[in-house]
Design a protein around this ligand. Structure first.
Ligand code: SF4
Length: 269
């Protein structure tokens, strides 16, 4: 396979790598490879980068079969990795069943948690020091809004985070790419991304938030970029202080009710 990335794509991946210090000489990077468009693009983009970067790093891929009714097309994934000359590990699991048992209506949190644990364990076991995920800019913005709507928190995932329990650093080199750009490029590859086997695809909270952002952006084209700008730490404006505890409230109440010194002398007839 002849490997090349359009200049604009390469620039965005490189910007993330440099700005967030994602890669360095001697890294061993394991890519979480579902076989879908995003992770296929990530694997391809990192391979291009590996061929052109001024430093050496190793690449591997791991596919976690979640155990949905529709099985992963492993030969298809193996062929893509063979063309990229990237070693692939396939791990079969029963994560779907466990996640569904825990929460039939919203299995995503458990599913993602267990999948990450499997990937981290394989990375640590095979001597990788970094795990790369294909989360892109739309994912970051959607997570940012989801956190506020469903968890009451102002946060999103980081481009780079260190997991001290496993000594693994998680990197997300696609954070500056939009989902539509990735879809467009993947169509030019001689590789059909594997459709998601998950029956919850399109029915998740993430999907609702994606539709909400799209619909608001149709009314105001700046909605998406404003949300993206609000993810930066320096975008924080005035926020309320943390809610006072019962004890703090009791003390504040006493202070408020206590008469000011000398109050009982000021009354005149
Ligand atoms: S959409 Fe499906 S595969 Fe993705 S996290 Fe949710 S349950 Fe897991």
């Amino acid at each position: 396979m002849k490997l090349a990335l359009p200049r604009d794509y390469a620039r965005k991946v490189w910007r993330a790598v440099v700005e967030f210090d994602l890669l360095e000489e001697g890294d061993r990077v394991l890519v979480g490879f579902s076989g879908g468009k995003d992770s296929s693009f990530l694997l391809y983009a990192l391979k291009v980068l590996q061929n052109s970067a001024p430093f050496r790093f190793d690449l591997g891929a791991v596919h976690v079969d979640l155990g949905f009714e529709q099985l992963s097309d492993v030969p298809h994934l193996e062929e893509f990795c063979r063309q990229l000359d990237v070693p692939l590990t396939v791990q079969k699991t029963q994560i779907a069943e466990i996640a569904l048992r825990r929460s039939r209506n919203n299995p995503c949190a458990s599913c993602a948690y267990f999948r990450r644990a499997v990937v981290n364990e394989i990375a640590a076991g095979q001597g990788y020091n970094k795990v790369a995920y294909a989360h892109h800019n739309d994912d970051a913005v959607e997570t940012f809004l989801m956190s506020q709507l469903y968890s009451g928190k102002i946060q999103t995932f980081l481009p780079k985070s260190y997991l001290d329990r496993t000594n693994i650093t998680v990197i997300r080199p696609l954070v500056y790419l939009r989902e539509a750009e990735i879809s467009e490029f993947v169509q030019t590859l001689q590789y059909a991304p594997m459709p998601s086997p998950c029956p919850f695809q399109g029915k998740t909270y993430r999907h609702k938030v994606k539709e909400l952002i799209e619909s608001l952006t149709r009314e105001n084209p700046f909605v998406y970029t404003n949300l993206a700008a609000a993810m930066r730490r320096d975008a924080l404006g005035d926020l309320w202080p943390p809610a006072a505890s019962r004890e703090e409230m009791r003390q504040k109440h006493q202070r408020t009710m206590r008469p000011a010194a000398g109050d009982d002398h000021v009354h005149s007839e």
